[in-house]
Design a protein around this ligand. Structure first.
Ligand code: E4P
Length: 216
C-alpha cells in the first residue's frame, strides 16, 4: 500500500517525506485555503513547491464543475509538473472530463466518492485513482472501511486498473484497516501517519534497554 499525505502544509509534507515512506500528496481546496493560498499564481507556485519536495503523484483539485471549465483548469494544473494528477469531483461533467483526460494522457483522481456505483464509473472513465472518503462515510453513520473493501473487490473481479485511494482518514486504525481490505493507497494527515509509530510497550521496552545500557 502506498502512503500519501493529505495536506497542503509544506512543513508537514517535508516532515513526512523525510521519513522516507511517502509516495505522494493529495490536496483539496479546503486544505489550500487553510494554508492561506489564494489567486492563480500563488496556487501554481504552491503546487510547484510541493512537487519540489515529493517525488510522487501530487493531486491538484479543479474547482470548475462544468466540462469545459474542468478541462481548461485541469490542463493548466497538469502543465505545472509531470507528477500532477488532476483531481476531479464525482459529478456527471467530472466523469466526462476524466474520460477526456484519460484519452489525452492526463492522470486523474476522482474525488468525493461515497458509493461503489460511483467507483465503477470512475474506473470505466479511466481514472488513475478513486478516492472513497472513509471518515466522512463513518461520520454519516455508515462504514467507510466496508466501502473501500467493496470497491477493491469489485475492481479485482472486473480487472479495473484504477487504484483505490482511501481518503478522509481520521486515525491510525483507519490506515491499518485500509491495508487489510486491499486499498492501493492511503492518504493521511501527518498525525495519523506518526500515530503508527506509537506503542506503549515500545516506549517501556526502550526505556529499560537504555537503562540497562548504562551498566555496559
Ligand atoms: C481527499 O483527497 C481529501 O482531500 C481528504 O481526504 C478529505 O478528508 P476530510 O474528510 O478529513 O476533509
Amino acid at each position: 500500500m502506498k502512503f500519501f499525505i493529505d495536506t497542503a502544509n509544506l512543513a508537514q509534507i517535508k516532515e513526512a517525506n523525510d521519513l522516507g515512506i511517502l509516495d505522494g500528496v493529495t490536496t483539496n481546496p479546503s486544505l489550500m485555503a487553510k494554508e492561506g493560498i489564494s489567486g492563480q499564481e500563488a496556487i501554481i507556485n504552491h503546487y510547484k513547491a510541493i512537487c519540489d519536495i515529493v517525488d510522487g503523484d501530487i493531486s491538484a483539485e479543479v474547482i470548475s464543475t462544468d466540462f469545459d471549465g474542468i478541462i481548461a483548469e485541469g490542463k493548466k494544473l497538469a502543465a505545472i509538473h509531470p507528477n500532477i494528477v488532476v483531481k476531479v469531483p464525482m459529478i456527471k461533467d467530472g466523469i466526462k472530463a476524466i474520460k477526456w483526460f484519460t484519452d489525452n494522457g492526463i492522470s486523474t483522481n476522482c474525488t468525493l466518492v461515497f458509493s461503489a456505483g460511483q467507483a465503477i464509473l470512475c474506473a470505466k472513465a479511466g481514472a488513475k485513482y478513486v478516492s472513497p472518503f472513509i471518515g466522512r462515510v463513518d461520520d454519516s453513520g455508515w462504514d467507510g472501511i466496508q466501502l473501500v473493501e467493496q470497491i477493491a473487490n469489485i475492481y479485482a473481479i472486473q480487472g479495473f486498473k484504477t487504484q483505490v485511494l482511501a481518503a478522509s482518514i481520521r486515525n491510525a486504525n483507519h490506515i491499518i484497516r485500509c491495508a487489510e481490505v486491499g486499498a492501493d493507497v492511503c492518504t493521511c494527515p501527518l498525525d495519523s501517519i506518526l500515530a503508527l509509530l506509537k506503542h506503549p510497550l515500545t516506549d517501556i521496552g526502550l526505556a529499560k534497554f537504555l537503562e540497562d545500557a548504562k551498566k555496559l
